[in-house]
Design a protein around this ligand. Sequence first.
Ligand code: FAD
Length: 250
Amino acid sequence: MMRDEPRTPIAGATDVYVGLNFGTLVPRRFIDIWGISELRRIDVRDGQLVIGGLTTYTDAIRSPHVAARLPMLIDAARQVGGPQIQNRGTIAGNIANASPAGDSLPVLLAADATVVVRNFAGERRVPFSQFFTGYRATALRPDELIVAIEVPPVQGRQWFRKVGTRAAQAISKIVIAGVRGPAPRLALGSVAPTVVRARETERLLGMDAIDDAVAALAAEIHPIDDLRSTANYRQRVAMNLLRRFWRDTA
Ligand SMILES: Cc1cc2nc3c(=O)[nH]c(=O)nc-3n(C[C@H](O)[C@H](O)[C@H](O)COP(=O)(O)OP(=O)(O)OC[C@H]3O[C@@H](n4cnc5c(N)ncnc54)[C@H](O)[C@@H]3O)c2cc1C
């Protein structure tokens, strides 16, 4: 069906309904993929954590594989919406929706994940760092579905924080995921048109130069003023969170 006439997939519909209600999503033809049960598995295959394309936040929270390999995803999933949203909302939907505030995105970027997409012709793998091509724009083609997210082993201590107006049911003002290992990693959401890796900051963290890393971070992120926060506030919070990440994982 997707081959003859691309349709907008609906997974948990938690973003799609909001888009239709607020008029930001033009009504078109949809295809409900919620029933494709084989996309709801979480496995370890060839040494990688494989998160199926219909995995919900609740599925991730309950998965021993995720707990063992990617605990920062559980921290993020627990802070998404409330239990209703966690039961319906999918991680692939969070990715395809491509909001720079999506809570799972910094986690997957810091974990060097790969997005597995498929259409009738076959499958391709897109590194997470290349998946977002601009504000709310992705490398996903109209006839493709996200069928899985692959996560290689992550070495080091994982850390996640979301700062919002309140803990639950709030879109983040800033969201940050870090890994403190041999090569530190840092990814942030709500600070630029897409989720970003702070590569220079990571390099300085690798030398344990926290003051320089904090200064570098200020140059690497480009937050904006919007309804939820100001650019200045986001910049300061990001710098404070970086210090906290380094302290907490020492
Ligand atoms: C009250 C409320 C609170 C929320 N709180 C948060 C929050 O705290 N943090 C947060 O990040 N988000 C939050 N959200 C947003 C939303 O719940 C998440 O983005 C969720 O992960 C979307 O998943 P879904 O399965 O519902 O996507 P859907 O609404 O079904 O789809 C979203 C988009 O992704 C596309 N899509 C879905 N699945 C696939 C697939 N497998 N392949 C290709 N395209 C696909 C759809 O076509 C659509 O464009 C909230 C939403 C609501 C309504």
